[in-house]
Design a protein around this ligand. Structure first.
Ligand SMILES: *Cc1c(COP(=O)(O)O)cnc(C)c1O
Length: 391
């Protein structure tokens, strides 16, 4: 009765015929890099997200890099971000020679704490006169948007750019000045990842940058092809950040289903919420179910549950127990970025970001996908209940 953390095969079966036909057409065309399919995807996704421009690129990580390159981030610059994220967020800043400056998260959403961010910017920019801080890189973790209004105000106050890492939040919505907006339209530019396990996943690596800023998109269009405007003429230093046509074709087919898949995820999340409450695990404080802070605010995709992440008492022992019982789970992420070996030179230490460190020791992601059966959800919750009862 084994079932996986994420069942991509179930999704594949529902669209297999169309995928094979369309991919076969791309094979027949023998046009593999950029081209009409990528352009069509860019148009469809910019319309879907509500941004003027979209640029298909090679991965979410590369989308971060090309965005920061377009913003001319480099040596001597600092970018503020969360230490509780996938590595690529901080890695992109550091790979360009800039310095990642970390700011702790809020415990309920796991997203960057805008109050702490305000304090950090006040201390660094106003008090210390730090002129190196150029931008803010918020991450919409697990599929729930960062509280972007305060971020926008801080960016205006200190003249900083805002780059949204929406790799886990394609389609997620936020109420900005009573207007419903999707992730990637809440700052200067935003990135998506189409890594296969993301909510909109390709059949390989792919990513996208979205923006309303024409200067930035013009620049990125060059950067994507080694900085070349004309064949073999290089205006600026770029790289190979291109998306391929097969990925674009796959993503165009999947995009049509994305809204219904997100609703499916939300339904599974509701079922988990209810099962945990019924089991009494929330009440006695052993489990905290994820808080959807924008629920009932009149937005449909208030959380798109890329992951359904609980906090659990004795998390590591619980995970071992679940593994023995054949119940899958995962830890996103076991170590915050400020404690990673490769960032030792930044001279952060344990205790610097207590909420991120606490989250790293408590979070547990449970299986969630539209095709997940209620029986398996019950099995997940029963197993967790048994663990605490057996102790
Ligand atoms: C997946 C992910 C990325 C990187 O995307 P890739 O397509 O895997 O390169 C960046 N940031 C976050 C938060 C992610 O989850």
């Amino acid at each position: 009765m084994k079932f996986p953390l994420l069942d991509l095969k179930a999704q594949y079966e529902s669209i297999e015929k169309e995928l094979k036909e369309r991919v076969s057409e791309v094979l027949d065309s023998q046009i593999f890099i950029l081209g009409a399919e990528v352009k069509a995807l860019e148009e469809e996704l910019s319309a879907y997200v509500g941004a003027k421009y979209a640029l298909g690129v090679s991965s979410g990580s590369d989308a971060l890099i090309i965005s920061l390159m377009a913003l001319q981030v480099g040596q001597g610059d600092s970018v503020v971000t969360t230490p509780f994220t996938f590595f690529a967020t901080g890695g992109a800043i550091a790979r360009l020679g800039a310095k990642p400056v970390f700011c702790d998260i809020e415990p309920n959403t796991f997203n960057i704490d805008t109050q702490k961010l305000a304090e950090l910017l006040e201390l660094e920019i106003e008090k210390k006169g730090n002129a190196q801080i150029k931008g803010i890189l918020p991450v919409h973790l697990y599929g729930q948007c960062v509280d972007m209004k305060p971020i926008q105000s801080l960016a205006e106050k200190y003249d900083l750019f805002v780059l949204e890492d929406a790799a886990q939040a394609v389609g997620s919505e936020y109420l900005m000045d009573s207007e419903v907006k999707r992730a990637c339209t809440l700052g200067d530019l935003g990135i998506l990842s189409f890594y296969p396990a993301k909510n909109l996943g390709a059949c390989g690596d792919a990513g996208m940058v979205l923006t309303n800023n024409q200067n930035l998109v013009d620049r990125m269009r060059l950067l994507r092809v080694h900085g070349s405007s004309n064949k073999y003429m290089y205006d600026i230093l770029g790289g190979n950040f291109r998306m391929d046509a097969i990925q674009a074709t796959v993503l165009r087919i999947k995009l049509k289903h994305l809204d219904s898949w997100m609703v499916g995820r939300q339904q599974k999340a509701l079922v988990y919420d209810g099962l945990f409450r019924e089991a009494g695990l929330v009440e006695n404080g052993l489990i905290q179910t994820p808080e959807a802070v924008y629920r009932d605010k009149g937005i449909k995709y208030f959380h798109t549950y890329h992951q359904y992440v609980i906090r659990a008492e004795s998390r590591n022992d619980l995970q071992l127990y679940m593994r023995e019982k054949g119940v899958p789970s995962a830890i996103f992420y076991p170590m915050p970025l400020h404690l990673q070996k490769c960032f030792a030179y930044l001279a952060y230490k344990e205790g610097d970001f207590p909420e991120s460190e606490k989250a790293a020791s408590e979070v547990l992601a449970l299986p969630i996908y539209p095709e997940l059966s209620e029986m398996n959800q019950e099995l997940v919750v029963t197993t967790i209940k048994d663990f605490y009862a057996d102790r």
